[in-house]
Write a new protein. Structure first.
Length: 139
């Protein structure tokens, strides 16, 4: 059997996987790292109105939602490559993080979450009890 290849179709399939489509936008790219006693997560969300950002925490799952409005129907677009619509991403956090003290900041198109390590998960020293030595007998 002969199979016909279409390089344009393959390229289109690849770009949909990487960039997403209007019906299914691409995931929001993120970086995450540990900085001392907290974890930092940054999401790239350029051009997103801060009022459209929504951040929810339920147990150890953080959900980030944002939206970019659709195109103006009155415009005659030459190119429309930026994804539109609703974006959503969930992070599953470890039990050792303090989800009650998450801080969020949106600046220059980057949403930054700072998630402190829970006190119970921080390393600590445990004092070792020592047996008392018998007192010397006075002679």
């Amino acid at each position: 059997m002969l199979m016909r290849t279409d390089p344009f179709r393959d390229l289109d399939r690849w770009t949909q996987q990487i960039l997403g489509t209007a019906a299914q936008p691409a995931a929001m790219p993120m970086d995450a790292w540990r900085d001392g006693d907290e974890f930092v997560v940054e999401f790239d969300l350029p051009g997103i109105d801060p009022d459209s950002l929504d951040l929810d925490v339920e147990r150890n799952v953080v959900t980030v939602r944002a939206s970019r409005p659709g195109l103006d129907a009155d415009r005659s677009m030459i190119a429309a490559e930026r994804p539109r619509g609703v974006f959503s991403r969930q992070l599953f956090l470890g039990e050792g993080l303090d989800t009650d003290r998450i801080r969020a900041d949106y600046r220059d198109g980057v949403l930054r979450l700072s998630i402190p390590v829970a006190e119970k998960a921080k390393p600590r020293k445990i004092e070792i009890a020592r047996e008392r030595e018998p007192e010397a007998i006075n002679a």
